[in-house]
Design a binder for this molecule. Structure first.
Ligand SMILES: [Fe+2]
Length: 272
């Protein structure tokens, strides 16, 4: 059950955010902008320039959509909160990226389990201005739309290890493209600098067989060389590869089992 309620846009698609909500955006925006240079990939930085998001107010979707449509024909679609898989794939297949319009409260400033508008707009939208990446997500949506419930679980792993937590090797070094990382101060640093996680070359079959936990810093990151790598992985053979992965079975988890009693909050210990 969501702790948050989405903000209802008016007839012009605008949301009347409070002073506190705008302050939260401003704080998160500047906190990330202070650390992402030299960490986020070139296409992400270029995407931020293309979108030129407002710094001190929660961006309005019509403004974001004007820039996105011009770049790749994509747009952001306001959704109530977490949506079912079917709706998720349907939107992506229509070049619409779902975004809940609420922003986290101050007590959740470092982490919340469900994606808020800061994660969706600041984390995901810059790369949707990149034609190859946008095409990959579009293909992903179209394939997911026709996939079975079981196949979708494996497709979710691809999304997790790429769109959410992907790394990319670029000429100027290892960089981040995953939105789940780029919208988190702690994981932006941890994903590149910590000696705890495993970082390995992206391999479709390996990623399909790798379980993950959503409430901790990732224990494995997959590295691509270019967005064409994942674009080509999302071709018509993906469903048969999923069934091959199911046959082969999962790798042993590299993360501890979730303690029953612990709250879901991810302790942002890396900042202290
Ligand atoms: Fe996300």
């Amino acid at each position: 059950m969501s702790q948050y309620l989405a903000r209802e846009p008016d007839n012009n698609g605008l949301v009347n955010y409070s002073i506190e909500e705008n302050q939260t955006w401003e704080f998160l925006y500047h906190r990330q902008m202070d650390i992402i240079h030299g960490k986020a990939c070139d296409e992400y930085i270029k995407g931020l320039e293309i979108l030129s998001l407002s710094e001190n107010k929660v961006p309005q979707l019509p403004d974001v959509n004007r820039a996105l449509r011009k770049a790749t024909g994509w747009e952001v679609a306001a959704v109530p909160a977490l949506i079912p898989f079917g709706k998720f794939f349907e939107l992506l297949a229509n070049k619409q990226f779902p975004a809940a319009t609420f922003i986290r409260r101050k007590e959740d400033i470092d982490y919340l389990q469900e994606p808020d508008i800061f994660h969706e707009i600041y984390g995901h939208c810059p790369l949707l201005t990149d034609p190859v990446f946008a095409h990959f997500v579009h293909n992903y949506g179209k394939i997911g739309l026709h996939a079975s419930k079981q196949e979708r679980v494996y497709l979710a792993r691809i999304f997790w290890f790429t769109v959410e937590f992907g790394l990319i090797q670029q000429a100027n070094g290892l960089r981040i493209y995953g939105a789940g990382i780029l919208s988190s101060k702690g994981e932006t640093v941890y994903s590149l600098e910590s000696n705890k996680p495993e970082r390995k070359p992206f391999d479709l079959m390996t990623a399909l067989r790798t379980p993950y936990r959503i409430d901790i810093y990732q224990t494995i990151y997959f590295i691509i060389k270019q967005f064409e790598d994942i674009y080509h992985a999302m071709d018509s053979s993906i469903i048969s590869k999923i069934h091959e992965a199911i046959e082969l079975g999962d790798f042993k988890p590299t993360f501890p089992p979730k303690p029953q009693s612990q709250s879901n909050k991810k302790m942002d210990s890396h900042d202290c």
